[in-house]
Design a protein around this ligand. Structure first.
Ligand SMILES: [Fe+2]
Length: 334
């Protein structure tokens, strides 16, 4: 598989991949039908081959946090981790992810460059230190990132605590990041992690309080990592709730919405995304659908280069659309 043509701007981006980070990819690979898993693994293998052959010097990752780093007490709209080292997974996620907490390489100098460029470009980016990696980074790391330990520069987008940045604002930030990448020599792979349509258990700040799990989730959302450490069983309870929801027969995947967004990426059509407002995404893509903002950021960074779909499967047992799209030379415009 060929990487992005290095002759096209921004020339430094040698590959780009967007993929879902559904928690089912951790310890529930045995649950969906075997045929679906085989198709997903083939898609992941192709993405990994694209990234490995592109030999990036670092990965700029558009990701979101799920109240592991940030909480309602401190919720940046956009942030970048200016650090040479990140850590993950946290202790309470080790069993579920099948991973042991370790250090992951970052690149403080490059992150500082992106941070400065974004602020100069009019984005009030928050500067953070070492990031906590959970499934947001570690699911792509497990399945598609090259085996060599390439430094990761994470850029976080608030996708769960309204008010969220609009899709258009995220697209514009992607464009700004693309321009910043073009001002440095390093060979960069872009990664977007999140989406597609899904309705994960989530306690709305102004939602009902009559549910014990909702109350515990809301406490974690309010107080972040400290509250998580005090209530380590919540992750297991969320997974149990997901299994109940998946078995309930409720429609928890919007296949038409997923396919329309993937098709829009394949056309390089940012306006299809940018026309959607918060309520429409919430209604059609679910509370997890806002994570598609990060796929759109790649489109911004690459100047609307059309993507190529490697795999899409609606996985009922994980209650979500699961997919991978790539930008490589075969998708080059004109
Ligand atoms: Fe997520």
């Amino acid at each position: 598989m060929t990487a992005i043509d290095p002759g096209l701007p921004p020339t430094q981006v040698v590959a780009a991949i967007a993929m879902t980070h559904t928690p089912g990819l951790g310890d529930r690979m045995h649950v969906p039908p075997k045929g679906q898993i085989e198709k997903l693994l083939a898609g992941f293998a192709e993405a990994k081959s694209i990234l490995s052959e592109a030999r990036p010097e670092l990965v700029v990752a558009f990701v979101n946090d799920h109240f592991d780093m940030y909480s309602l007490e401190n919720m940046p709209t956009f942030s970048i981790s200016v650090a040479d080292e990140h850590f993950g997974p946290p202790e309470d996620a080790q069993a579920w992810l099948g991973m042991t907490r370790r250090s992951h390489r970052g690149n403080a100098d490059y992150a500082m460059h992106l941070y400065r460029s974004a602020v100069v470009d009019g984005f009030d980016m928050t500067r953070s230190g070492s990031a906590t990696f959970v499934h947001n980074i570690l699911m792509p790391a497990k399945y598609i990132l090259p085996d060599v330990d390439v430094p990761i520069v994470p850029i976080f987008v608030n996708c769960f605590a309204p008010p969220l940045p609009s899709f258009r604002r995220c697209y514009d930030l992607g464009r700004s990041i693309g321009r910043a990448i073009a001002r440095r020599p390093e060979r960069v792979a872009l990664l977007a992690s999140g989406g597609l349509s899904h309705w994960p258990p989530f306690a709305k700040e102004d939602g009902p309080r009559d549910d014990e799990l909702n109350r515990r989730m809301l406490r974690i959302q309010r107080h972040g990592a400290v509250a998580r450490r005090e209530d380590p069983k919540v992750r297991d309870l969320i997974h149990e709730r997901e299994a109940e929801m998946a078995a309930s027969g409720r429609e928890l995947i919007n296949v038409a919405w997923d396919r329309a967004l993937i098709d829009a990426l394949a056309r390089g059509d940012q306006e299809y995304f940018c026309r959607m407002n918060y309520d429409e995404v919430e209604r059609d893509g679910g509370n997890g659908g806002h994570e598609m903002s990060m796929w759109l950021m790649i489109l911004g960074a690459l100047g609307n280069r059309p993507s190529r779909t490697l795999v899409y499967e609606p996985v009922k047992e994980w209650m979500g659309g699961v997919g991978v799209v790539a930008w490589d030379s075969s998708t080059r415009k004109g």
